[in-house]
Design a protein around this ligand. Structure first.
Ligand code: SLL
Length: 162
């Protein structure tokens, strides 16, 4: 296929984690969660304001800590929904996030790294107060822009009509 010369297409997205300590009233521990687990957490890749990104991002592989059962997980895109995994645990670790693009793009998968944060250490008092007001929620999100440089014509059509 031919490439669209001199064109760069940017698609913004967000990835990261949201964690909350267990609390009898606001975030009860699910039945069956091991005794040493202290938090529930989510890792995700999604569009800004949940706008659909599955027309260019088809699959996401999340590689979690090896202590977690079934720690390598491939998620297929569902239109308009975030790529995400919900888990419980006790510790922080680095998550490997591998992005698989639409086949028409001809792009190789790309890897991102994200540190799961459960604890509010290193945050300002103001940030901690906001977290307290949100049930102890610890958010760690990163804004990113995917650049497609001189995309193939077929992929360009998908990008601009997506
Ligand atoms: C370390 N940072 O390097 C720690 C690893 C791993 C935490 C933390 C899940 C356990 C499970 C969990 O929280 N692992 O699902 O049983 O040693």
């Amino acid at each position: 296929g031919k490439r669209v010369k001199g064109v760069q297409v940017f698609r913004p997205f967000v990835y990261g984690t949201t964690a909350r300590p267990f609390d009898e009233k606001t975030n009860p521990k699910p039945p069956g969660a091991p005794d040493d687990h202290t938090h529930s957490w989510t890792v995700f890749v999604k569009g800004i304001d949940d706008v659909d990104i599955t027309y260019w991002l088809r699959r996401v592989q999340f590689k979690l800590h090896e202590s977690i059962p079934n720690h390598v997980r491939m998620m297929e895109g569902e239109k308009g929904k975030p790529f995400s995994i919900n888990e419980t645990g006790w510790g922080e670790f680095e998550i490997t996030i591998k992005l698989y693009y639409a086949a028409e793009s001809g792009e190789k998968p790309q890897t991102l790294y994200h540190h799961l944060r459960l604890h509010p250490y290193g945050r300002t008092e103001e940030e901690k107060e906001t977290m307290r007001l949100n049930g102890g929620e610890v958010i760690s999100w990163t804004y990113e822009e995917q650049i497609f440089n001189e995309p193939y014509e077929a992929f360009y059509d998908i990008l601009v009509s997506g």
